[in-house]
Design a protein around this ligand. Structure first.
Ligand code: FEO
Length: 463
């Protein structure tokens, strides 16, 4: 069933009330989700995205009830991931030859998933537009790395609707469709969880993109994402919130996350929590057993925190697998400007604290030396180290980002967002940087030729 959105725009997506997880089991779904597809019926009829593969036949049959499928003139694919492109095969069986507008990378994604089927792709770039009649146009804006390389948004002039794809969405089924009608507590909790767990790695790209979009002077009256509620009242509130979240967001909060074998490491976690509250009564403290709590919920709390403490006992010279898996996700999410400490019990060899500190450093945290490393169950002497750990974790001065240090020998640098490697021997001739230019000598306005982030997002490579 269609839902009216604005003017001649209708929602024709899928309310996925039963969904329990997303991206395999990487993302927990607690309040359903939706795959939002839209129909624009001007002189030209445009289908904006589709829904996930398992729902493709329902999608086509529902669409058939709303419109003669042969009337669809244009299909826009804002993103190739199969939760949005997964019904293309079914719809293209009905309307073969219909032109598909998408980015060059989306063509690769779609053909990679569904094979080369001879579809009529029209590759678009930022600023390209398409006349759909009645004085209205579609303007395309590439959203590279938000969250995959092929993503784009489409702006409908006249109605001034920004179809923002994954950006500004939530995994939340909202039958009423609009953010202002949704449960506000759930809406904002799901919006933040979505940002922290999906978009946070690309915050530098997002900040740059938001600035670029400001320059387009789009008079946005509605933000229609690909998941969850549509923002119509004060529609740019979610854009302003993203700008805040993307700028190394933190609240006055500390998160303690651990797993434990025989309760010793749990005892240290509780002692740290109590000490944070004692030293800083206004600081919010959240404590999670990683093996028992939802991993995405913990990540959302990490996102809100200015510091975290991670604990694991030593097990066969390593750390518990629950903590190790969670640490892998922590690294993927590329949190910035946060302090971290490690703690844990051991019986024999006691490597866990060192391993946790290394993993936290790799994940981009500013790791303090102070730790609690307790042989067997923590005793008074072990817990006496907790106050020093908390003092170091909550300094009065905010942590400054380390600046790049010049190195006489030219080193290669890798982009921490997209992985592109700057090799001084090759330079960046397309940007006018000759071979032999050390990374440190690149102009301040030089940016990654692949994803566009600035120099500060590059990290020196070991080799
Ligand atoms: Fe909602 Fe990136 O797919």
């Amino acid at each position: 069933m269609r839902k009216h959105v604005k003017g001649n725009v209708s929602w024709v997506g899928y309310m996925d009330w039963e969904l329990e997880s997303f991206h395999g089991d990487e993302y927990s779904i607690d309040n359903g989700s939706s795959q939002n597809a839209y129909l624009i019926e001007e002189e030209k009829v445009v289908l904006m995205d589709t829904v996930w593969t398992p729902h493709r036949f329902d999608f086509v049959e529902n669409l058939r009830k709303e419109i003669d499928l042969k009337k669809i003139d244009i299909i826009v694919v804002n993103h190739g991931e199969c939760d949005h492109s997964g019904s293309l095969t079914a719809i293209m069986d009905e309307v073969p030859g219909t032109p598909i507008y998408c980015t060059a990378s989306a063509v690769k994604s779609i053909e990679g998933q569904f094979g080369k089927r001879g579809w009529d792709f029209h590759v678009v770039k930022t600023g390209d537009s398409l006349d759909i009649g009645n004085g209205k146009r579609l303007i395309f804006v590439e959203m590279k790395m938000l969250h995959w390389p092929d993503s784009m948004a489409t702006f409908l002039t006249g109605d001034n609707v920004l179809f923002s794809m994954d950006a500004f969405g939530q995994h939340y089924s909202v039958e009423e469709l609009y953010a202002d009608l949704a449960d506000q507590g759930v809406l904002w909790r799901e919006a933040m969880k979505y940002y922290a767990n999906i978009l946070n790695p690309f915050s530098p790209v997002l900040l740059k993109k938001l600035k670029e979009m400001e320059g387009f002077n789009l008079d946005i009256e509605m933000v229609a994402p690909a998941h969850g509620a549509i923002w119509r009242k004060d529609p740019t509130q979610i854009i302003r919130k993203y700008a805040e979240w993307a700028d190394a967001y933190q609240e006055d909060q500390v998160t303690v996350a651990y797993d434990t074998m025989w309760e010793g490491t749990a005892k240290i976690a509780h002692a740290i929590s109590e000490e944070v509250h004692r030293q800083s009564p206004n600081t919010v403290v959240k404590v999670f057993n990683i093996a028992k709590a939802d991993k995405n919920d913990i990540m959302t709390e990490v996102f809100k925190s200015k510091a975290i403490c991670v604990g694991s006992p030593t097990v066969v010279g390593r750390i518990l697998s629950s903590v190790a898996g969670w640490m892998e996700m922590l690294g993927q999410l590329r949190f910035r400007n946060k302090r971290a400490a490690a703690f844990g019990c051991y019986g024999w060899s006691g490597e866990s604290v060192r391993i946790l500190q290394e993993k936290l450093r790799e994940a981009g945290f500013d790791v303090i030396d102070e730790n609690v490393r307790s042989n067997w169950n923590p005793e008074e002497g072990d817990l006496a180290q907790v106050p020093a750990l908390v003092r170091a974790l909550l300094p009065e001065q905010e942590v400054e980002q380390p600046s790049a240090v010049a190195d006489e020998k030219p080193s290669r640098y890798a982009c921490t967002v997209c992985g592109h490697v700057y090799d001084p021997e090759e330079g960046d001739p397309d940007s006018g940087i000759p071979p032999g230019t050390p990374f440190e000598s690149l102009p301040d306005d030089w940016s990654c030729p692949v994803c566009g982030v600035n120099k500060s997002m590059f990290k020196k490579m070991d080799h």
